[in-house]
Write a protein that binds this ligand. Structure first.
Ligand SMILES: CC(=O)N[C@H]1[C@@H](OP(=O)(O)OP(=O)(O)OC[C@H]2O[C@@H](n3ccc(=O)[nH]c3=O)[C@H](O)[C@@H]2O)O[C@H](CO)[C@@H](O)[C@@H]1O
Ligand SMILES: C=C(OP(=O)(O)O)C(=O)O
Length: 424
């Protein structure tokens, strides 16, 4: 199974105002934990609105490797998983190295079967990305965790409820510990938990499965372990990062775009900043209209855990800042090396200076000029596509396999809004 195109480069010719409607897909970062949660039960689980991406396909492969029966009906965006016959507990390094969320099978495997092993997970290169929050939590719940040459081996006859304090509200760490706690004996509290919308979504799925959970979506989660969980049926929530990417594109091209299937509360941090920068944002239930109004103003963003500004949109917003009048500032407070894309943006003529790897100053507006650049990870790839949309002439973005991990049909969707964009 593979995502449609094998192209390695995207070509964009800038200067077109985007106009029209685009349907936003299901969120990658909600689909992956939801799929991992199916390991907690021997009953069938059914997910709709699953985006067809490299990462969801890797998760399908990983679940199958472990012995799950998985069908991905890509045309209907539907995944069916039955983990009744799991026969191994080792996540293979060649899959684990391809995405961070692969580590999310550890919590469910450990909790249901008492055993899991994995190499350190891959994913975008954004700086230090340990899994110590997860490992410390498993240990506190009674697991023996050993470090081997290949990674981590986790074992427990049974997990026990515990008081867990997270030094940092890790997103996938919270998801792993939440899933592990559902089948533990006794009560687990997770303090300083991540409250990203994808965690609330996972919580609602786990509750449908029969888990006894309160407080998801807040920094204090409480889980009363149960002996057994049942199957679930759910539709993946809209991808706020894909939606944000198209919203920013509308604002920077002086366009007018309606995004369908979007969740307003999840978009609030971006909505505030778009309006502050001078774009118009209107809501009609689950549709969001974004209109550029000619001049954009300089702003400051601080990438922080939700409800702070999402780090996954930090690079995309930097493009808006190159088009805004005055000096803008970015503080990246989630990852310690997520501004590497600045060098690629500079190749297009952006006036961007990085200080201490976590701050950037951008002066604008700058007339960007097309050039050959490379995606370094998923979101820097999207940032370069956006830059290409406003750059004079042709921009060629290489290494687009990163984009395929997180954006379904990005070229087709931008083309449907009038952009001159194609695969090369
Ligand atoms: C698959 C998925 O959902 N990925 C998302 C997830 O990544 P991910 O779950 O990896 O992000 P985390 O919240 O874990 O990491 C954020 C910060 O926490 C630190 N940290 C993390 C774990 C740990 O054990 N110790 C520790 O110190 C990291 O070094 C990093 O600086 O959340 C990020 C922040 O919203 C998003 O950018 C990613 O798109
Ligand atoms: C950082 C991301 O993914 P991952 O955590 O898998 O690297 C992302 O989706 O932007």
């Amino acid at each position: 199974m593979q995502v449609a195109t094998e192209a390695k480069t995207i070509r964009v010719r800038g200067g077109t105002r985007l106009y029209g409607r685009v349907a936003i897909g299901g969120a990658k970062n909600a689909a992956l934990p939801a799929m991992a949660a199916a390991l907690l039960t021997d009953e069938e689980c059914l997910l709709d609105n699953v985006p067809v991406l490299e990462d969801t396909l890797v998760m399908v492969e990983l679940l199958r490797w472990l012995g799950a029966d998985v069908e991905f009906d890509q045309e209907n965006r539907r995944v069916r998983i039955c983990a009744a016959n799991i026969n191994r507990f080792d996540a293979p390094p060649e899959l684990v190295e391809r995405m961070r969320a692969s580590f999310l099978v550890s919590g469910p495997l450990l909790s249901r079967f008492g055993e899991a092993s994995s190499s350190p997970p891959g994913g975008c290169r954004l700086g230090t990305r340990p899994v110590d929050v997860d490992l410390r939590g498993f240990r506190r719940m009674g697991a023996e965790v050993t470090h081997t040459d290949g990674g981590y081996v986790m074992r427990a006859r049974r997990l026990y409820g515990a008081e867990l304090y997270m030094d940092y509200p890790s997103h996938t760490g919270t998801e792993n510990l939440l899933m592990a706690a559902t089948l533990a004996r006794g009560t687990t509290t997770i303090v300083n938990a991540s409250s990203e919308p994808e965690i609330s979504f996972l919580g609602s799925i786990l509750r449908d499965m029969g888990a006894r959970i309160t407080g998801v979506g807040t920094p204090h989660i409480r889980v009363h372990g149960v002996d057994r969980l049942r199957g679930y049926r759910a539709a993946i929530l809209p991808d706020r990062i894909e939606a944000g990417t198209f919203a920013i594109a509308a604002a920077i091209t002086d366009g007018e775009v309606i995004l369908d299937n979007v969740s307003e509360p999840d978009m609030l941090p971006l909505t505030y900043k778009l309006r502050e920068a001078g774009a118009e944002v209107w809501w009609n239930q689950t549709s969001m209209l974004v209109r550029g109004r000619g001049e954009l103003h300089s702003t400051e963003i601080q990438a922080l855990p939700f409800p702070g500004f999402p780090t996954d949109l930090q690079a995309a917003f930097a493009v808006l800042m190159t088009q805004a009048k005055g000096q803008s500032r970015i503080f990246e407070r989630v990852f310690n090396d997520r501004l590497r894309y600045a060098a690629e943006l500079a190749k297009l003529g952006a006036d961007i200076t990085v200080i201490d790897k976590q701050q950037a100053i951008i002066n604008g507006p700058t007339r960007l000029r097309g050039a050959d650049v490379e995606a370094l990870d998923i979101r820097s790839g999207a940032c370069l596509v956006l830059a290409g949309l406003v750059a004079e002439g042709e921009t060629r973005i290489g290494q687009i396999q990163h984009l395929r991990r997180g954006y379904e049909d990005i070229v087709e969707k931008f083309a449907s809004l009038g952009a001159e964009i194609s695969y090369l």
